[in-house]
Design a protein around this ligand. Structure first.
Ligand code: SF4
Length: 467
């Protein structure tokens, strides 16, 4: 299993990818800074968002039971999934019972988290992504590289040639309107003739039993209103106690994510549609997913990870993400939020290198609309990752090296001896007061930085002479 550093090393070679990401994140950054800056009560909104999320998590069990009761009363069915496997079984089972050969999907990272698409395909069901960026990723057999803009690593020319190849609609130009029109033509027939839709959920309201999806393209609205059966998968942390709480998040989310003052499409639905008339599903299933979230809640130092509203603003300001792109995180959650969420969901064995994918500059904390202290959680998780590694490999090279350093610093005579030996050894590698290339396994240190050479005399020697 490769580490973040190894994957980042490969990604950094792709200059086109870095150009695409820099251009996109610079644009989004400027837009979000402008629209958040124009609200005089932006800081108060952030405080409110943080407080609502903390309170909602504090009584999560009560809110989830209320949500179940209200959804059921409105004609829906609530399913509880302990982990990804259970969630997959529930969703594929519902699709099978409805004899679905195809489902249409709204952008949902939670369905990626449980690997729903491969499970659907194995069951002979074709999952069709309808969000433009997700569709690009799916058609290109690619993986998402950004929470909000999964195809951020692709430029227009790449998308045009992909659409020409996949849609069979003839030659296209790079113009965004022409590309979106081609995608619309491709999707229209699927919207009209598919019986089952799968969505995620941005929020659910315990008080009313409503589920809320926000999106920018209108594809979500089509998926939520046209098919007869709707299955929504939702992490348990997405529940809000009251409808009124949405007021805060519907201001925070669009401004922090796409830099819009208001979200273009905000869909709220409660259970099934009342009769044969009206829009909405006749059969509605809400799948509540744990998959490690209760474990995260139990960790007081990291539980605020679950406050995240997936706006992606922390990605757009992160200097590490801007250079490596999202694939280096090897997760559907990338950037600073991915660096804290993925190891907590998958464990340190699978993702223990991610908390180190940060300079701890604090930019993510400064912009997060719900004030998640990501740098503090990163440091907390780094300690956990080191402890886990120590427990797994009591005698690994790093642990031995640290033991040797501890011994060396533990006595004055030992330190002097080490300094003398170091001065002798560095004659082979030091140039102009710096060591730019260390030999063997030590080269990892100098791969990305210079090491200052040991001075000709130590402070103690200098002090003795001066006296
Ligand atoms: S951690 Fe904060 S900034 Fe990052 S995606 Fe979540 S809510 Fe947005």
């Amino acid at each position: 299993m490769s580490s973040f550093a190894e994957r980042a090393h490969l990604e950094l070679r792709d200059t086109q990818l870095r150009r695409n990401i820099r251009r996109a994140t610079t644009t989004i950054r400027a837009r979000t800074a402008r629209v958040t800056g124009e609200l005089p009560d932006w800081e108060a909104l952030r405080d409110a968002g943080q407080a609502i999320k903390a309170a909602a998590l504090h009584d999560l069990d009560t809110h989830l039971l209320t949500l179940e009761e209200r959804v059921t009363a409105a004609g829906g069915t609530v399913h509880w999934a302990r982990d990804a496997e259970e969630a997959r079984e529930i969703i594929v089972g519902i699709a099978r019972r409805n004899a679905a050969r195809r489902v249409i999907k709204i952008k949902s990272m939670t369905t990626d988290e449980i690997d729903l698409n491969p499970a659907m395909q194995s069951a002979g069901i074709d999952p069709v992504e309808t969000d433009l960026a997700d569709m690009i990723v799916q058609l290109a057999h690619d993986t998402p590289s950004h929470i909000l803009v999964p195809a951020i690593h692709r430029n227009r020319a790449e998308i045009r040639s992909l659409f020409e190849q996949e849609f069979g609609q003839g030659a296209l130009s790079d113009a965004p309107t022409e590309l979106t029109a081609a995608a619309r033509r491709h999707l229209r027939e699927r919207f009209l003739h598919t019986d089952v839709a799968v969505s995620g959920a941005n929020f659910a309201i315990a008080e009313t039993g409503s589920v809320c999806v926000v999106e920018s393209e209108g594809n979500g609205r089509m998926c939520l209103t046209l098919p007869r059966v709707l299955i929504s998968l939702m992490g348990i942390e997405k529940v809000l106690p009251r409808l009124q709480d949405l007021e805060v998040f519907l201001q925070l989310l669009p401004r922090a994510s796409t830099g819009e003052r208001m979200n273009p499409y905000t869909s709220l639905w409660t259970g099934t549609r009342a009769a044969a008339h009206g829009d909405g599903p006749q059969e509605f299933h809400l799948v509540l997913l744990d998959n490690g979230r209760t474990r995260i809640m139990a960790d007081q130092a990291a539980r605020e990870t679950l406050h995240c509203i997936r706006c992606s603003r922390c990605l757009n300001v992160c200097p590490v993400y801007e250079r490596t792109g999202g694939h280096a995180y090897d997760s559907m959650y990338q950037g600073p939020i991915g660096a804290i969420l993925t190891p907590q969901l998958r464990g340190f064995d699978a993702a223990g290198s991610l908390p180190f994918a940060s300079t701890l500059c604090g930019a993510c904390y400064e912009v997060c609309p719900v004030k998640i202290d990501i740098p503090r959680i990163l440091v907390h998780l780094r300690a956990g990752a080191v402890d886990a590694r120590r427990a797994a490999h009591a005698l690994d090279a790093e642990a031995l090296a640290m033991q040797a350093v501890l011994w060396m610093f533990g006595g004055q005579a030992r330190l002097r001896l080490a300094q003398r030996l170091g001065r002798l050894a560095q004659r082979l590698v030091a140039r102009d007061g710096v060591v730019s290339r260390m030999p063997g396994p030590l080269s990892g240190w100098t791969d990305a930085r210079d090491f200052p050479a040991l001075p000709a005399e130590s402070f103690r020697d200098w002090w003795k002479q001066r006296a």
